[in-house]
Write a protein that binds this ligand. Structure first.
Ligand code: PLP
Length: 304
């Protein structure tokens, strides 16, 4: 006999809970992909996506999950044989490194394990040791879902500056965008990847790559970029279909419109962050009580 009753609620990192309003916004017949409602609505997404990331730069949308967003970022940052420095704090950091290596990038990984954050002093030392300036980009995960480690992205930027190194700073915010404080411009992040199905509350199938003008210029010589993954036509193309290199992910875009309205217009981004921080504190408090016998504990003992 099954005891389950009522609405199923699955609490895993992603796909996370999708509000009925988001699902309902997707429930519609096929729209015209050349003109009219869809095209007008998509024009409103770009400024709102920038508001979500606190970015004044560009955002490319891909029909992809987070792994696709990783590959999109890699394709636009690197040429075959270029060097990447990966700061790994869990499975997803290692995964991004594996994708880059398989694409022909020369990857150096500093593995900080599964329970501690990336150390800015080690980043600075690795960049200083790169006297020939071969490292094109530093790849780091904001929050690694597999370990729960959160990295201090502003400190990573400061370490790159202290080393006087020209490498791009690229950050995986797939788990954290729309949940945890992230300030792309203020922290001078050059490239940021995200996906639809976690904090953004849309079904899996949309990958986002945010990037600034510095990354756009650096990426113009990247020979791993292909017609589909190249980001420049997606952000600067004059025809609507160029934003998606073909048919737009029509229904996901209507879902995204609804979720951005909920996050930015109704609840407010600062309130969303505060809500997640409050819920996090309840989890910490619960584990403090449950863990007293030593049977259960959080992976990272330090709340920050
Ligand atoms: C979920 C997640 C990914 C992978 O995303 P997919 O959509 O499953 O490809 C990558 N990085 C982080 C930090 C994640 O949480």
């Amino acid at each position: 006999m099954s005891l389950s009753q009522g609405r199923p609620y699955l609490a895993i990192p992603g796909p996370s809970t999708m509000p009925d309003r988001v699902l309902a916004a997707m429930h519609r017949p096929a729209p015209n992909i050349y003109a009219g409602e869809l095209v007008d609505m998509v024009a409103t997404l770009w400024p709102d996506l920038r508001r979500l990331a606190l970015s004044s730069g560009h955002v490319a949308l891909y029909i992809a999950n987070g792994h696709g967003a990783w590959e999109a970022a890699n394709a636009n940052m690197f040429s075959r044989g270029d060097k990447a420095l990966v700061l790994a704090t869990g499975r997803f950091g290692l995964g991004w490194a594996e994708h880059a290596r398989a694409m022909g990038v020369d990857v150096e990984t500093i593995d900080f394990g599964k329970s501690s954050a990336a150390d800015p002093a080690r980043l600075e030392a690795a960049l200083r040791a790169d006297r020939e300036r071969r490292i094109r980009a530093v790849l780091v995960t904001h929050v690694d879902t597999s370990s729960s480690v959160r990295n201090d992205i502003a400190a990573m930027r400061a370490a790159i500056d202290a080393a006087g190194h020209p490498a791009l700073l690229a950050v995986d915010c797939i788990a954290s965008l729309g949940c945890d404080t992230f300030r792309m411009d203020d922290w001078r992040v050059d490239v940021m990847v995200a996906a639809a199905q976690k904090g953004v509350m849309v079904p899996p199938g949309l990958g986002f790559v945010f990037f600034n003008d510095r990354a756009l210029r650096a990426g113009r010589s990247a020979d791993l970029a292909t017609p589909y993954w190249g980001w420049e036509p997606r952000v600067l193309g004059s025809e609507f279909y160029q934003h998606f290199a073909g048919t737009a992910p029509t229904h996901h875009l209507f879902g995204l419109r609804e979720s951005l309205t909920m996050i930015l217009e109704e609840e407010g981004l600062a309130h969303v962050w505060a809500r997640h921080a409050t819920l996090a504190r309840t989890v910490w408090a619960a584990f403090e009580a449950w863990g007293q016998g030593g049977d259960i504990g959080l992976n990272v003992a330090e709340p920050t």
